[in-house]
Design a protein around this ligand. Structure first.
Ligand code: ADP
Ligand code: ZN
Length: 595
């Protein structure tokens, strides 16, 4: 603290302000509680008040117009009491009736007193005042921060290299050019080539977009300046735009460098001119466009931006000279997953039995971030269980934890629920066994996990590009197998199938509106609901048709599931029985029922 560092000063003032605020809040809470306490002795509940009135114990009632709060005087009691009346008109009528019946109650109706309300109003405004004060402070501090060192953390050169990015071979090939531009821009400009300004990275969260952007900076040995689109969206008008300006001021000073904007859809979504939030958004986006158009190719700033919603982006962003290159970062394939696992397991102690290949086989569709997460969870589990090394069992458990949540052994389940869950899960498992396109059952369990009361796990699909119509139809049957089993075995249905129904309905809808797989509607895309190419252009009835067809598909699937189960009642009963007894059935045990 000896040096007069602006950062320290800011920290100190933040601490002091926080302490002052804490004291104010504590004092205010104390008074508020005091106030409540007093209220308690002096207050009389409405129901008690009615009773007292009918007993004839109330002498005087004082009411104020437009207020539900009243004062009453109880017989033989000096102190006046307060009460809250839910419906003043009804209350007045009630009192007047009592008076008519011969009770002596003095009913006073006073005009509204504006002045008396002031302290109360002030008190109720107190939290708002504090909030406003806080916002102003934060706002001021942000101003300070912008002049100071907000970007300190991110502008350092990163040590991430392409070696840390696994599986994305084609993507790396596409981006390695950028590294070269950054390393020797003169070579390109001498030749008359224009260095690209912006590259958009498309892909699901966790697929490694940030990682690859850092790796480009690392490979080129240039600074990496980053910000997230959601940070630009501020509650104060104009701040978003000014942040963009500052971000690029910084970049100009540090060029050659990489500017990375995560979640660019947060600022770069299509411009409209309606609400305040959107016009703020527009300002930020406009500023970004101005900045990107502004820097010359000699400055060698390359802007990388990431999004998982490319369809949301304003077309202006994609024009030449802006983000004119686009690279799609997909979910890793089998080999990619194996490599990602290897990279993240480098520092981990793994048992010899652990095979990356087999984990990769079980995790089709997982992103790099999810795979890294699985290994980390496995390491935590192994530590908890005091294993010497991470075992296959730890990894299996971690995969389940990441996909369905943790097992909740402590939850008490009634016998009835257990039976229901057992039949539901057995229903899924048995039905899918008879559907050629569906993968084998890996595990059936009625131990609650995460949000689910039980689950049926299937073996992972091999990586494939396309899903056929038959496969989707059979998926619907498997999804409805749970509900069908409840109906057949217990002659009742439960809420347990809600998620199955949600997924099934969505699949059926997509089959019709996105993949054009419905005969009545034909090979038409109805995906873009808001645009003129959506359902409307096909007339008023299109939505009805889609609804009818979704229903037809689901009904058919539900009937098919019931048919399969009725033909295999013996197996359904047996599997449900074993589940009730043992709570879990493995792949091998399950297969034996069908041997
Ligand atoms: P995104 O920016 O696409 O949301 P990130 O780059 O932030 O994803 O990825 C999160 C984490 O997941 C990374 O820090 C890294 O640990 C891991 N990861 C993701 N993809 C890969 C990959 N291809 N190779 C190695 N690790 C990866
Ligand atoms: Zn289910």
């Amino acid at each position: 603290m000896s040096k007069k560092n602006p950062k320290n000063k800011m920290l100190l003032s933040t601490v002091i302000l926080t302490i002052i605020l804490a004291i104010i809040i504590a004092v205010a809470t104390y008074f508020a509680m005091q106030n409540n306490k007093n209220k308690e002795d002096k207050e009389i509940a409405y129901t008690d008040l009615i009773k007292e009135i009918s007993y004839g114990n109330i002498e005087k009632i004082e009411m104020t117009v437009n207020s539900t709060s009243i004062k009453v005087k109880v017989k033989n009691n000096e102190e006046e009491k307060k009460s809250i009346v839910p419906n003043t008109q009804a209350f007045i009528e009630l009192v007047q009736q009592k008076v008519a019946e011969g009770n002596e109650i003095e009913l006073i109706q006073k005009p509204q007193n504006v002045w008396a309300k002031i302290p109360e109003t002030l008190f109720s405004l107190f939290p708002t005042i504090i909030m406003i004060a806080l916002f102003v402070m934060i706002f001021k501090m942000q101003g300070l921060g912008d002049k100071g060192e907000v970007y300190e953390e991110t502008e350092r050169k990163t040590k991430v290299s392409f070696n840390d990015v696994a599986g994305l071979e084609e993507e790396k090939d596409e981006l390695i050019e950028i590294v070269d531009f950054l390393k020797q821009p003169e070579e390109y400009t001498k030749m008359g080539a224009k260095i690209p300004k912006g590259v958009l990275l498309y892909g699901k969260p966790g697929t490694g977009k940030t990682l690859i952007a850092k790796a480009i900076a690392g490979e080129a040995n240039v600074p990496f300046i980053s910000m997230s689109g959601s940070e630009f969206i501020e509650m104060f008008a104009g701040l978003g735009a000014s942040r963009v300006r500052k971000l690029f001021d910084k970049a100009r000073k540090l060029a050659p460098c990489i500017v990375f904007i995560d979640e660019i859809d947060a600022i770069g979504s299509r411009r409209t001119t309606n609400s305040g939030a959107e016009s703020e958004n527009n300002q930020t986006l406009n500023q970004l466009l101005v900045e990107m158009d502004g820097f010359s190719s000699e400055e060698t700033i390359i802007v990388l931006a990431a999004t998982n919603r490319p369809e949301m982006l304003d077309k202006a962003l994609l024009r030449p000279g802006r983000f004119d290159r686009q690279v799609t970062i997909g979910s890793p394939d089998l080999k990619g997953r194996e490599e990602i696992l290897k990279i993240h397991a480098k520092e981990m102690k793994l048992a010899d039995e652990v095979s990356f290949e087999s984990i990769a086989e079980d995790t089709a569709g997982f992103t790099g971030a999810e795979l890294a997460n699985i290994l980390n969870e496995a390491a935590i589990l192994a530590t908890k269980k005091k294993h010497e090394k991470i075992t296959n069992q730890d990894i299996d458990e971690a995969v389940k934890k990441v996909t369905v949540g943790i097992e909740k052994h402590s939850r008490v389940i009634s016998e009835k629920d257990k039976k229901l869950t057992a039949y539901h899960e057995a229903g899924h498992a048995v039905v899918s066994q008879f559907l050629p396109t569906q993968t084998d059952v890996k595990e059936v369990s009625i131990i609650p996990r995460g949000m689910a009361g039980g689950y049926t796990m299937y073996k992972s699909n091999e990586d494939k590009f396309y899903i056929s119509k038959t496969e989707m139809e059979e998926k619907l049957i498997a999804l409805l197998g749970g509900r069908a089993a409840e109906k057949i075995a217990l002659n009742d249905i439960s809420t347990g199938a809600s998620n199955d129904l949600e997924v099934a309905t969505q699949i059926a809808r997509d089959m019709i509106t996105v993949y054009g797989m419905n005969d009545r509607i034909g090979p038409i895309s109805l995906k873009d609901n808001d645009s003129p190419t959506g359902m409307q252009m096909f007339g008023d009835n299109m939505e009805d048709y889609v609804g009818q067809e979704v229903k037809k598909m689901i009904d058919t699937a539900y009937n098919d599931a019931q048919t399969i189960l009725k033909q295999n009642m013996d197996k359904l009963d047996k599997i449900a029985e074993v589940l009730i007894e043992k709570e879990k059935i493995s792949e091998e045990e399950f297969k034996k029922f069908f041997a």
